[in-house]
Design a protein. Structure first.
Length: 414
């Protein structure tokens, strides 16, 4: 493990405020085991707030840049295009593009269903910037631009849980703390090599020269860590699993928490920022408390990748420039901040798994399969029904625990 538990779950605490800079939501409460666990541990929670919101275009109220009619025109076009990304469209587009991306699907709809075969506004216009903002609100779910996402996977979709999104009062880490009680966790001890043999077992070697042996081993590192060959496997993993690791990819969602000496944003739950740079600090959630006012900035996709190349100080400076454009030069500097960089983090190398064009959930299935009944794989990328979710990771852990339990039970009977 690294210096803490949780992996891609991480809660930033400041004063009496808690914000998640990794996984945030319990997605749906009806039948969701994560919600059941939170209730069993008596962890406080609240539902995601949806309004009121403030919209700005490059520092100006959006209403001063786009008329209500123009805004509605973009939204209507966007909803019409997105709603046409269905099985019928997938069947039609695959006649010419065998492995289409969502971007291919959007282009196909515009070409075949929009008057004049193009969007009804100029590319270099606030209307197009607002269109790109709306596109980003869909791309951020996967942390990847539409060009990098499989249309087939999008159309066939994942099943979720009903009941809205829920946030834990003291962050997701409060649940991890409960689940990890009594466990012997080796902190600051990263795995560098895994050796395995059929009927013999598994040996794990760490960067601080520790050795662990067991009859079975469960690999729960992210797909990103596997893709970057941070862990050496001896012998090499089977071809089908290597192909799965190569074919799938990781999306990126980062969050930047800023604590201020006072609030300056008025009555709002979210600040929405639109500019001519797609994905430039588009969502800023109002968090914290009266005594500890916080803003949580969301960035994803290509913009988030580029942003990770900058220092934390540069990133905060860019955010403050944007905020002062909107709220004036008297906006105070933050007194604390935290910047997540999940792609640069060697323990994660990305936020959550995605299915690119040309890949399918068959690759996730192959990633899941045990090797020689001694080496097992878990994590959200191995749960094709619930990719990119905490409950998907949880289900995968139960699945592998049951597999190992069955092997142990059968061995005792023989």
């Amino acid at each position: 493990a690294s210096y803490r538990t949780g992996g891609r779950i991480h809660t930033y605490a400041s004063g009496d405020a808690y914000v998640d800079v990794g996984a945030s939501f319990i997605h749906g409460i009806t039948g969701n085991p994560i919600f059941s666990l939170a209730k069993a541990y008596k962890l406080g929670f609240r539902f995601e707030r949806g309004s009121p919101r403030q919209f700005y275009y490059d520092g100006r109220p959006l209403g001063k840049v786009l008329t209500v009619e123009d805004k509605r025109k973009v939204e209507t076009t966007f909803n019409s295009v997105i709603n046409l990304l269905d099985k019928n469209l997938l069947k039609a587009i695959k006649k010419s593009i065998p492995d289409p991306s969502i971007a291919d699907g959007v282009a196909y709809v515009i070409k075949n269903n929009v008057e004049d075969r193009k969007l009804p506004w100029e590319k270099d216009s606030p209307l197009n910037d607002y269109w790109n903002y709306l596109i980003w609100t869909r791309e951020e779910y996967d942390g990847a631009n539409f060009e990098k996402l499989s249309l087939e996977n999008y159309v066939l979709g994942d099943s979720g849980f009903a009941g809205g999104n829920v946030l834990l009062k003291h962050g997701y880490s409060s649940l991890i703390e409960k689940l990890s009680e009594g466990l012997n966790i080796q902190y600051n001890s990263a795995v560098k090599e895994i050796r395995y043999e059929p009927n013999t077992g598994v040996e794990v070697l760490t960067t601080d020269n520790k050795h662990f042996k067991g009859k079975y081993g469960v690999v729960t590192v992210s797909l990103g860590v596997l893709k970057h060959n941070i862990i050496k496997f001896c012998p090499e993993l089977p071809p089908a699993k290597l192909e799965a690791i190569k074919s799938l990819d990781m999306g990126l969602m980062n969050k930047i928490a800023l604590r201020f000496p006072r609030s300056f944003w008025g009555r709002t739950d979210r600040i929405c920022h639109i500019s001519n740079v797609k994905g430039e600090f588009p969502w800023i959630d109002v968090c914290g408390s009266k005594s500890c006012p916080l803003l949580l900035v969301w960035v994803a996709c290509d913009f988030a990748v580029e942003l990770e190349q900058k220092s934390d100080v540069e990133i905060i400076s860019n955010i403050m420039q944007m905020l002062r454009k909107a709220y004036g030069k008297n906006v105070p500097d933050p007194i604390e901040f935290y910047v997540s960089k999940w792609l640069s983090n060697p323990h994660t190398k990305g936020a959550y798994s995605i299915i690119p064009p040309g890949s399918s959930k068959l690759h996730n299935k192959n990633l899941e399969l045990p090797v020689d009944n001694v080496l097992f794989f878990a994590g959200e990328a191995t749960c094709p029904e619930y990719l990119g979710t905490v409950h998907g990771a949880y289900f995968s852990g139960l699945r592998e625990a049951n597999r190992i339990h069955t092997l142990i039970t059968n061995s005792l009977k023989s």
